[in-house]
Design a protein around this ligand. Structure first.
Ligand code: NAD
Length: 440
């Protein structure tokens, strides 16, 4: 089939590349000419494991093309996928300007029957609004399909190729048979296409992200209780995760959740509830706990230094909102860095993939960006671990102890064993676990 994908960010790039990989002719469209130029030159604008290989192979085979010319890409497409951003507006509602603009442009460019799929995360009811808006711009027949995307950054290509399930929200049989055809190559082992009405599909996406965020905030609250009562959140987590009704995923205490999806989707669900005069109390609390968590980690560091951070230097490992990505949108590491800078500290930071994106967020004042993870340590008053990259999991602790100005580590990801750290003589403060090795 001929596909046009509107928006070549984390979702559009992965979806476009993976659909071309199953033999479709895909044109990736973006308004950002730099992104398209990079792609045309064989470079990938984002870091996502395995993505470059899929893009390069399919581009070389002539199945994947890149353009800023939306009308020409849409004119020849049977299927158009909307994958533009739907960020939070200042009041927490969803800012629909990009998707509405893209939908209008698509409608004007269609030349015959088209299936228009929305992969962007859009509010419940967006299907009616977007259908109406497009109908106002075209006389061509089309069917609208809500097809929310569940890929995880850091594992996006494998998630897309082997989805847990694919949610399809539509009302048209004609569109359904095209959707079945499009996804058939991903369903060979077992059928995992769930067909429902568009509103249910739209709400499912928010419900999933908010449930996952709920687990994280819940564990962060348990971690605070652990701190108070001298319990260990890791043991509590293992005890909980071993219960098959609960399972082990998304039970890690940390600096809080971040990224381009959870924070905005949590705020959006809160706004849907308020608009419906059905406040979603749990999700309101999830958001409040997450805000508090970032603040608490900062306060813990600040208290350690008698609330005098001006002139201190901190080493940071990890800036991306999680391992496996260069995405720093709403990253708790960036928020913590900003708090430390705001208090007058300076930083030396490392991240295996996110140095450039972090520089765009933090700027150069009082921040040294280091290509090597041990380069951040000299003269630092403490090391703060913010992202769970594999290379931080088993580092050279002796070297760290010798290089840091004082052997102090704040770990926002609970990466290290408490006994191990105590034996090494490191003062180690993690989340929801007893501090070890500090002054007696
Ligand atoms: P992104 O910001 O990385 O990419 C969006 C792209 O759309 C940008 O490159 C932008 O330039 C382009 N764009 C905007 N308007 C355009 C237009 N009119 N024509 C062509 N291109 C246009 O965003 P993303 O992270 O890929 O997210 C896209 C959507 O998918 C959001 O709704 C998000 O909530 C959802 N989503 C994201 C993820 C994720 O992990 N990032 C996962 C699931 C769902």
């Amino acid at each position: 089939m001929k596909l046009a994908v509107i928006g070549s960010g984390y979702v559009g790039l992965v979806a476009g590349a993976c659909f071309s990989n199953t033999g479709n002719d895909v044109t990736l469209v973006d308004v950002d000419p730099r992104k398209i130029e990079m792609l045309q030159q064989g470079r990938t604008p984002i870091y996502e494991p395995g993505l470059t290989e899929v893009i390069q192979r399919n581009a070389a085979e002539g199945r994947l093309a890149f353009t800023t010319d939306l009308p020409s890409a849409v004119a020849s497409a049977e299927v158009v996928i909307l994958a533009v951003g739907t960020p939070s507006a200042a009041d927490g509602t969803v800012d629909m300007q990009y998707i509405e603009m893209a939908a209008r442009q698509v409608a004007r460019a269609m030349t015959g029957y088209t299936v228009v799929i929305t992969k962007s995360t859009v509010p419940v009811g967006a299907h009616s609004r977007l259908t109406e808006l497009m109908s106002g711009e075209t006389a061509q027949p089309f069917d609208y399909v809500a097809n929310p995307e569940f890929l995880k950054e850091g594992a996006a290509v494998s998630d897309f190729l082997k989805p847990d399930r694919v949610i399809i929200g539509l009302t048209s049989q004609r569109a359904l048979s095209i959707m079945r055809h499009l996804y058939a190559p991903f369903m060979r082992r077992s059928e995992r296409l769930l067909v429902m009405d568009p509103a249910s599909a739209e709400l499912t996406k928010y419900a999933c992200n908010c449930m996952l965020a709920t687990r994280i905030s819940f564990m962060n609250e348990m971690a605070r209780l652990c701190d108070h009562y001298g319990a260990n959140i890791d043991l509590v987590r293992q005890g909980m995760g071993g219960d098959q009704r609960i399972g082990p995923d998304f039970l890690y205490a940390s600096l809080g959740y971040g990224g381009s999806c959870f924070p905005k989707d949590v705020k959006a669900l809160i706004s849907f509830g308020r608009a419906a005069k059905q406040p979603i109390h749990i999700v309101e609390a999830v958001h409040a706990v997450n805000e508090l968590q970032g603040e608490q980690v900062f306060r813990r560091i600040s208290r350690h230094f008698g609330d005098k951070l001006a002139g201190r230097k901190f080493a940071m490992w990890g800036l991306a909102f999680k391992a496996g990505t260069d995405d720093v949108r709403e990253s708790p590491a960036i928020a913590l860095a900003q708090r430390l800078l705001g208090a007058g500290a300076s930083l030396a930071v490392h991240d295996p993939q996110a140095l450039d994106t972090a520089r765009a967020a933090l700027g150069d004042k009082d921040v040294a960006y280091c290509r090597h993870m041990y380069e951040v340590l000299p003269q630092a008053d403490a090391l703060i671990v913010c992202t769970e990259w594999p290379e931080y999991r088993s580092p050279d602790f002796r070297r760290m102890r010798q290089t840091l100005k004082q052997p102090l580590i704040f770990d926002g990801r609970n990466l290290y064993d408490l006994d191990w750290m105590a034996d090494l003589g490191l003062h180690y403060v993690s989340v929801g676990r007893p501090a070890v090795g500090g002054p007696k």
